[in-house]
Design a protein around this ligand. Structure first.
Ligand code: 5GP
Length: 201
């Protein structure tokens, strides 16, 4: 059986990556979400084991020590990491896996899995990003300015990714992400086993 493809999706806060990914995951494209571990507090509406595996710092550090994470990073004062086994199992079972992680984690995954496909979600403009961050109404002015600065820094890493999808219109962005995932599975390199069997004497 062909191995699954590893996809990584990154975007600054406010670019709509959660919604885009959620909708892409509901499409019939053999895409499976890798649930990360984190030490940050659970937010309203989140479920342990679905949104994240919520851990104490102690538990997280034990996971690091036991080499249970493919990559991990500290982001805004909290640990985040990708559990190794779940991802390896998905790929071995021919399932496409998607990680929703920040730029440093994405770079580390690309080192470990050079064939991983890195997808960056862009806002249509900085003005639109600012408007979306304000619309959430959850943050004060200094926090919004900090998030915009951070977004600029993160966006400068988009050039290291394989694909850039602009989220101007949500439905189109979902279709574009699905198109990338679908096209990747048709690459000759990902169908080498079948081609070999078909051409065997
Ligand atoms: P949030 O706290 O808003 O859910 O996530 C903060 C940031 O951490 C987001 O950019 C998210 O994609 C990233 N993140 C979530 N899980 C992981 C992970 O397992 N590894 C890394 N490197 N980043 C993650």
């Amino acid at each position: 059986m062909a191995k699954g493809i590893l996809f990584v999706v990154s975007a600054p806060a406010g670019c709509g990556k959660d919604t885009i990914l959620e909708q892409a995951l509901s499409r019939d494209i053999n895409l499976h979400y890798s649930v990360s571990a984190t030490t940050r507090a659970m937010r309203p509406g989140e479920t342990d084991g679905v949104s994240y595996h919520f851990k104490t710092r102690d538990q997280f550090e034990q996971m690091i020590a036991r080499n249970e994470l493919l990559e991990h990073t500290e982001y805004c004062g909290n640990y985040y990491g990708t559990p190794r086994r779940a991802v390896e199992e998905m790929l071995e079972n021919g399932k496409n896996a998607v990680l929703k992680i920040e730029i440093e984690g994405a770079a580390n995954i690309k080192k470990l899995f050079p064939e991983a496909v890195l997808i960056f979600i862009l806002p249509p403009s900085m003005e639109e990003l600012e408007r979306r961050l304000r619309k959430r109404g959850t943050e004060d002015e200094p926090t919004i300015q900090k998030r915009l600065e951070q977004a600029k820094t993160e966006l400068s890493f988009a050039k290291n990714y394989d694909y850039a999808i602009t989220n101007g219109d949500l439905e189109k962005a979902v279709d574009d992400l699905v198109a990338v995932i679908t096209a990747e599975s048709f690459k000759v390199s990902r169908n080498a086993d079948l081609i070999e069997r078909l051409t065997a004497k």
